[in-house]
Design a protein around this ligand. Structure first.
Ligand code: IMP
Length: 196
C-alpha cells in the first residue's frame, strides 16, 4: 500500500518509512506523487493541523495521504512552541536559530519539563480517516548536544537515557519518540481498518 506524505520534510519521510515499511506500507513524497500542496496550518491543535494537511494532499493526489503534525510543548512556556514549533520566532529562522531562541527563552525558567507530541492522520479518497497520537516526555537541555535528527532534537533531553534525541541512533529515537509511538498506535488502527 502506498501513502503520500503531506510534508516537505525529508527527515520525516525517512522516519515514517523506517517505522512503516515492515507492514508493506510505502510512504512517498508529494513530489513522487506529482503534487506540491501548500497547506495553511490554521488549526490550534495538532489534530486539526494534521487533518488539514492529510486531507489537502489526498484531494490533490487522489491517493491516501498521511500527515504528521508535531511539535514541542514546554511546560514553563505554557505549552509553547506547541503547534507553532516550525514557525517559532518567525518564518525566517532555521532549526539552529529556533532552538537557540528556545534556550534563550528558557533562561532562569523552572521546571524544564517538556514533551514532544505527534498526531498522525491518514485520509482515504472514500472519506475515511484514521488518526493516532503519540507523546514523548523529556526536558529542555541547557545546551545543544548531538548531531543527529532534526529540529529541536539537540535540545530535547531524555532523562532515562541521559541523552538528547540528537545523540540517539535513528532506531533508538524511533523506539521512544512521539512519532514512533503515534505510528505504532496508527499501525494498529490501520491493520484493523484494512481487515474490515
Ligand atoms: P510540522 O511540520 O508543522 O508538524 O512541524 C513540526 C515542527 O516541530 C518541526 O519543524 C520541528 O521544529 C518540530 N519537531 C517535530 N518533531 C520533531 C522531532 O522529532 N525532532 C525535533 N523537532 C521536531
Amino acid at each position: 500500500m502506498k501513502l503520500v506524505l503531506a510534508s516537505k520534510n525529508k527527515k520525516k519521510l525517512v522516519e515514517m518509512n523506517d517505522i512503516l515499511s515492515h507492514l508493506g506500507i510505502e510512504v512517498c513524497s508529494e513530489a513522487e506523487a506529482g503534487v506540491d500542496v501548500e497547506v495553511e496550518e490554521t488549526g490550534t491543535t495538532f489534530e486539526e493541523n494534521s487533518l488539514l494537511k492529510a486531507k489537502a494532499v489526498m484531494e490533490a493526489s487522489g491517493l491516501p495521504a498521511i500527515a504528521d503534525d508535531s511539535g514541542l510543548c514546554v511546560d514553563a512556556l505554557g505549552g509553547a512552541p506547541g503547534v507553532y514549533s516550525a514557525r517559532y520566532g518567525g518564518e525566517g529562522l532555521d532549526d539552529v536559530q529556533r532552538y537557540q531562541l528556545l534556550l534563550e527563552n528558557m533562561k532562569g525558567q523552572m521546571p524544564r519539563t517538556a514533551k514532544f507530541v505527534s498526531v498522525i492522520t491518514c485520509c482515504f479518497p472514500n472519506g475515511d480517516v484514521i488518526s493516532a497520537r503519540g507523546e514523548c516526555p523529556g526536558t529542555v537541555a541547557f545546551a545543544p548536544m548531538g548531531e543527529g535528527g532534526f529540529g529541536y532534537d539537540p535540545v530535547f533531553f531524555v532523562p532515562g537515557l541521559k541523552k538528547t534525541f540528537a545523540q540517539l541512533t535513528a532506531e533508538e529515537k524511533n523506539a521512544i519518540s512521539h512519532r514512533g509511538k503515534a505510528l505504532e498506535a496508527f499501525q494498529v488502527k490501520l491493520e484493523a481498518y484494512l481487515k474490515k
